[in-house]
Write a protein that binds this ligand. Structure first.
Ligand code: FAD
Ligand code: DHB
Length: 394
């Protein structure tokens, strides 16, 4: 078995793992990143599109914000719609900040390029990745690649390997508590090379189901509709999608819709999930490895960024000041914020989707929730505060 050494071994080359590596590098702390996928696969994944202002600042701090500022689009608000009625959430007016439209795909491309340019070792297409001895002061990560076995010795392991990764399973069942809610529908999303139907995002509850209008640029739109978990992408021709999306957005918005051939179409399930604790010995979970939110509040990527900001600061305190307090409190600090973001994502999902077994009372409750936000400056501000991003308390 060939061996290597680093200070922090990072499992997962998604936004959490890559940004953590960048933040550590900027403070002179070494890391190696291991991912089971190829670079091409990682850079082709289409996912999130909205960055909280705190995430924008984090990327600037990390020194990788240049292309985001050039190509991203700041948004000062978004619309909530309910069976044709619309209400604008004035994010800027309520919070003084914007959110930034910039694709996770682009962010990942930027981070991989920068990390490789600075000489970071990123091991793509690794098999059998396994964290071991995580309770000891010299934990290791083993993996194989091209028929050879490797072991990385390190001080700390960051489990940034997403919901289906291996890191979480290194925490024994007796220690780990998990909390989960699975929603009885999915999101069908597509990308099309056409200008968006509206300048800002629209989250719409319609009696036929939820619909979301988003974008990647002024010429590229990202649209979603709630679909059945039994649906297959092949069931949804582009035409069927446009017809359904138009119905749910209503005639006024649909009259601006520019349709075309989609170049990406996929179905994602919706889930709320939290694993506690996020630290076990010298293993730290961050991002989707520790928690999942349904996408309705655009929070998953932002939560991953918040975790690694906290983890990087805690590691800097450890290496630079010999102070372990923040590492010891890592789980507690993250989870306090994680649960608030879980709440907001759950709240938005509950208000905006059609649930298969919904009672007439529950439908009225959804409408009342919307009407309350429309009628109350305080309720609108609360939505804006959560959407633009809660502060990092550490
Ligand atoms: P991931 O991006 O999942 O990265 C994990 C990495 O670990 C991957 O590269 C994977 O290959 C690797 N890995 C997995 N298993 C192993 C293993 N065994 N060994 C080694 N490596 C492994 N969030 C938002 O904030 N805003 C949005 O607008 C938004 N929209 C979304 C829309 C959709 C359709 C989806 C699906 C998600 C959306 N999200 C959104 C959520 C967001 O994409 C995720 O929360 C984010 O990717 C989490 O980043 P991560 O680095 O923690 O995990
Ligand atoms: C996008 C995804 C989301 O989940 C969301 O809430 C807003 C935008 C997007 O992919 O653009």
């Amino acid at each position: 078995m060939k061996s290597k050494k680093t200070q922090v071994c990072i499992i997962g080359s998604g936004p959490a793992g890559l940004l953590l590596s960048q933040l550590l590098h900027n403070e002179g702390i070494s890391s190696i990143i291991i991912d089971r996928q190829s670079r091409e696969r990682i850079e082709a994944r289409v996912r999130a599109g909205v960055l909280e202002w705190g995430s924008v600042e984090a990327l600037d701090e990390a020194g990788i914000g240049a292309r985001m500022h050039k190509e991203g689009i700041p948004h000062a608000g978004f619309d909530l719609a309910f069976n044709g009625d619309k209400h604008r959430i004035d994010i800027k007016g309520h919070t003084g900040k914007d959110v930034m439209i910039y694709g996770q795909t682009e962010l990942t491309i930027d981070l991989i390029a920068k990390r490789l340019e600075q000489g970071c070792e990123i091991i793509f297409s690794a098999d059998d990745v396994q964290p071991i001895d995580v309770k000891s002061s010299s934990p290791k990560v083993r993996y194989s690649r091209g028929g050879e076995s490797y072991e990385i010795e390190c001080d700390h392991i960051a489990g940034c390997d997403g919901f289906h990764g291996v890191a979480r399973s290194a925490i024994p069942d007796a220690v780990m508590k998990t909390f989960e809610r699975v929603y009885p529908f999915g999101w069908l999303g597509l990308l099309v090379e056409k200008p968006p139907v509206s300048e800002e995002l629209i989250y719409a509850n319609h009696e036929r189901g939820f619909a979301l209008s988003s974008m990647r640029s002024e010429t590229r739109s990202r649209y979603y509709i709630q679909c059945s978990l039994n649906d297959k992408v092949e069931d949804w021709s582009d035409q069927r999608f446009w017809d359904e999306f138009s119905l749910r957005m209503g005639p006024e918005i649909a009259s601006n819709l520019k349709t075309g051939a989609s170049f990406e179409k996929s179905i994602a399930p919706l889930r709320s999930f939290v694993a506690e604790p996020m630290r076990y010995g010298n293993l730290y979970l961050a991002g989707d490895a520790a928690h999942i939110v349904p996408p309705t509040g655009a929070k998953g990527l932002n939560l991953a960024i918040a975790d690694v900001r906290i983890l990087s600061r805690a590691l800097v305190e450890h290496y630079k000041k010999n102070n372990n307090d923040y590492l010891e409190r890592y789980s507690e600090i993250c989870l306090k914020r994680v649960w608030k973001v879980e709440r907001f994502s759950w709240f938005m999902s509950m208000m905006l989707h059609q649930f298969p077994d919904m009672s007439a009372f529950e439908k009225r409750m959804q409408r009342a929730e919307f009407d309350h936000i429309v009628g109350s400056e305080t309720a609108s501000r609360s939505v804006a505060e959560n959407y633009v991003g809660l502060p990092l308390e550490m």
